[in-house]
Ligand binder design. Structure first.
Ligand SMILES: *Cc1c(COP(=O)(O)O)cnc(C)c1O
Length: 477
């Protein structure tokens, strides 16, 4: 018990705000308590606020001459919180940014307190082991073969980038300037970024058309792969998407995997949205074929509500990570088994993001994971039903919890104006959608991953959307 420490051991204070290493520190306790009260009140009043706050005054930015007291610090934090995006509002439906799981909030706090570094084992003995073990569990849980594993990354953009770097290295294509990457026209923008980072021209990302359901057209892919082979153009990887960002479409993974197998090409599946569905027996069919990938990006920070950032790159052969990225880390003790975290990916120093992922998944349990996925799918189904029968809206959906709509009667300019106007209209009622530009038209997009959203919210949403079509049609004659 902290109180049992002799009083003289509690007085090594340096006068600086670091936790006392010899006694339970009342200043630390006060700050934690105050912060937890602030956060608790923020959660408890989330539904009374808007998903998107209005203008706020930024607190002072630069450090003052004298440091601030706990009390003053908390007042400034509160000011900042008033201007924060509010994912806990039941009408927060715009993005793939759900409310945070409770245990993952605490996991982030503990990880910050431990301040370990996943760069090397001696800087994070238990957490390094946890990270490897949890990545191995995740990889096998989504169906990758025994011995599979992976590494966390600060976001799916980085997971996708690392996947391409690994694929290129494993295929012996480092420094080959003509090499290309194939993906669908609806693949995520992070792939275009990755091409810049790995030093290939934009044209080296060859996009294959999608079908009417937003899935990569495998006939076109097959033709393109034959043509590239005929011309001697090396392919770094095919990137299939399991859950496109606007509508949640899943590319035909088994067919793509067969083509990759036939041509000896690396298959990366960008499952930033969809891979979590493979964790659950009753939803795995939505991403059938995921288990055939060489590598998979999964973002538990999206639907599962693990606090940001939480992404993992999972591989059938995780040794490919260290054989791609390892430098020998000459200023560290050798690894005592399995390799240092800093040798398994692009990042050096990394926080213990694994802690909140592990704690969040343990808190949910497999039943909780299933319940989160069930809820998201059933809200999408309900909204789809409310909107689709009418015919005034074109509804774009897929296998998951995303829907994008636009009025059938409007042209591009009409959709642009409609989407701006209706987004503002919805915000007045505490309903926040996003406004993606998809296939040349602005849409309104709903992401139904928020567990607080009820049938009543969806009915209110659909009433406004359907009503707006009448207005829109009237306005354009
Ligand atoms: C969100 C997303 C990403 C990128 O993830 P970040 O964590 O935002 O970097 C990649 N691919 C798809 C399909 C996504 O939806």
């Amino acid at each position: 018990m902290p109180e049992a420490l002799p009083p003289q051991l509690g007085s090594t204070t340096t006068g600086l705000p670091f936790p006392d290493p010899q006694a339970f520190d009342p200043a630390l306790q006060g700050l934690l308590q105050g912060a937890s009260d602030l956060l608790g009140r923020w959660f408890a009043t989330a539904a009374l606020q808007s998903p998107l706050p209005g203008l706020m005054v930024l607190p002072p930015v630069a450090p003052g001459q004298r440091g601030l007291s706990n009390h003053a610090l908390l007042a400034e934090v509160q000011q900042l919180m008033e201007g924060a995006y509010n994912p806990n509002h039941p009408g927060a439906l715009a993005h793939l940014d759900p409310p945070p799981l409770l245990a993952s909030v605490v996991g982030d706090l503990i990880a910050a307190g431990l301040n370990n570094n996943l760069l090397a084992e001696e800087l994070s003995p238990s957490l390094s082991r946890l990270e490897k073990a949890l990545c191995a569990w995740l990889a096998e849980a989504i169906g990758l073969p025994p011995g599979s594993g992976g590494v966390p990354a600060s976001g799916g953009t980085l997971s996708n980038l690392m996947a391409l770097v690994v694929a290129r290295h494993q295929r012996g294509l480092d420094g080959v300037g003509e090499a290309v990457v194939l993906c669908s026209a609806d693949a995520h923008v992070s792939l275009a970024k990755a091409m810049r980072v790995i030093g290939l021209p934009p044209g080296a990302l060859r996009t294959i058309p999608v079908d009417a359901a937003g899935r990569l057209d495998t006939t076109c892919l097959a033709e393109e792969m034959v043509e590239l082979e005929r011309c001697g153009v090396p392919v770094i990887a095919v990137v299939a998407t399991a859950g496109t960002t606007v509508r949640g479409a899943v590319d035909p993974l088994p067919t793509i995997a067969a083509l990759c197998h036939q041509h000896g090409v690396w298959l990366h599946v960008d499952g930033a949205i969809g891979a979590v569905f493979a964790l659950c027996d009753s939803h795995r069919h939505r991403v059938a074929g995921l288990e055939l990938a060489d590598s998979v990006t999964m973002n538990p920070q999206k639907l599962l509500g693990i606090t940001k950032t939480s992404s993992v790159l999972l591989l059938a052969s995780p040794a490919a990570l260290s054989s791609t990225f390892s430098t020998g880390l000459p200023y560290m003790e050798p690894s005592w088994g399995g390799g240092h975290g800093g040798e398994a990916g692009l990042q050096g120093t990394r926080p213990a993001e694994v802690l909140k992922l592990w704690l969040g998944l343990r808190q949910l349990g497999l039943e909780g994971i299933t319940a989160v996925l069930d809820g998201a799918i059933s809200r999408r189904r309900q909204l789809h039903q409310l909107l689709a029968g009418d015919g005034r809206l074109r509804v774009f959906g897929g296998s998951f919890h995303l829907l994008a709509v636009r009025p059938a009667a409007l042209d591009r300019a009409g959709c642009d104006l409609w989407s701006q106007r209706i987004r503002q209209r919805l915000l007045r009622d505490g309903l926040m959608l996003s406004r993606p530009d998809y296939q040349g038209y602005h849409h309104l997009k709903a992401v139904l991953g928020n567990p607080h959203t009820t049938s009543e919210h969806l009915e209110a949403l659909s009433a406004i959307l359907l009503g707006s079509c009448g207005e829109a049609a009237g306005a354009s004659g």
